[in-house]
Design a protein around this ligand. Structure first.
Ligand code: BV8
Length: 240
């Protein structure tokens, strides 16, 4: 029934795993204005504050045994079925898609588990917290690693690959994202323009300004397995 599917995920797919979202109540931005912790200017002004913000999120990921939920696992099942050509892109910087079994995945906003050399742009798996002593091995003198995270005002990763996948897809599905941040929030417009079926999976009811053709309301851990089962069974998902 469907051949080429692009799926975009946001913080909502990780919420039931215990990872805070950004804009729900008690979300990540609650105690930190975006501009202070998720912009190059904020990092330049107060690197320690920004390092603490990302170190805390990284520590939560590796210490609190945060695990993938049924939504992550369902997407990995869809990938492994090889019944469809799946392009999975996430705005999330956690590693829960990988923990759920996904192997082909694009982190368009970077990854918490990595640091990046500000000079060479080479990335390094983090084995200790970001800080003055956590430096690259690619430069002399060694450079302090920055979070491998795309901040506001920075170009997301893999945009050419994402645009190519969107321009050829017959289905675009967004899961657990508020559609507040561009360019990710504009992907649905591209999908609609190329005639793809567009479905939004979200805990919140349909937003009247929403550009998606269909809205599957509910928890990702319940709706995503149902969606994947329907796709694998060759059933239509063109309904609310
Ligand atoms: C760029 C990494 C250009 C950091 C992030 C005015 C108009 C248009 C655009 C702009 C503008 N002013 C500025 C811009 C550009 C800006 C932008 O969009 N700003 C917004 C605020 C207006 N964008 C950028 O700067 C981007 N770069 O434009 O570059 C450029 C061009 C050339 C050369 C150089 C540069 C870069 C943006 C990336 C920022 N980094 N993350 C970090 O993680 O700390 S953004 C961050 O917030 C996330 O990564 C994510 O992308 C974004 C949105 O978060 P969501 O994932 O959607 O999460 P949210 O909490 O918002 O929503 C959760 C949803 O889940 C809710 O809907 C909820 O109902 C639902 N939910 C909750 N629980 C569940 C659930 N659903 C299902 N089940 C559940 N259980």
């Amino acid at each position: 029934m469907y051949q080429r599917i692009v799926i975009l995920t946001g913080a909502g797919i990780s919420a039931e795993s215990g990872v805070k979202t950004f804009r729900d109540e008690d979300g990540l931005w609650e105690s930190h204005p975006i501009e202070d912790v998720a912009t190059p200017e904020g990092y330049a002004a107060n690197p320690t504050l920004v390092e603490d913000f990302y170190n805390a999120r990284w520590q939560q990921l590796i210490n609190e045994g945060i695990s993938a939920n049924a939504a992550h696992v369902a997407l990995a099942t869809l990938e492994q079925s090889q019944q469809v050509e799946l392009f999975l892109v996430t705005q999330n910087i956690d590693n829960l898609h990988e923990k759920g079994g996904s192997r082909k995945l694009l982190h368009m906003h970077g990854e918490l588990s990595k640091g990046r050399c500000p000079r060479s742009q080479q990335t390094f798996m983090l084995t200790e917290a970001l800080g003055p002593d956590n430096v690259c091995t690619c430069c002399i003198p060694a450079q302090k690693l920055r979070p491998h995270v795309v901040w506001f005002g920075e170009m997301p990763i893999g945009m050419d690959k994402i645009h190519q996948a969107l321009s050829q897809c017959d289905v675009f599905i967004a899961i657990g994202t508020s559609g507040s941040v561009y360019p990710a929030a504009g992907f649905v417009d591209i999908a609609n323009q190329v005639g793809a079926l567009t479905v939004n999976v979200n805990l919140a009811p349909r937003d009247p300004h929403c550009q998606f053709q269909y809205h599957w309301q509910g928890k990702a851990s319940e709706r995503v397995p149902a969606l994947v089962n329907a796709i694998l069974a060759g059933q239509s998902i063109a309904h609310d």
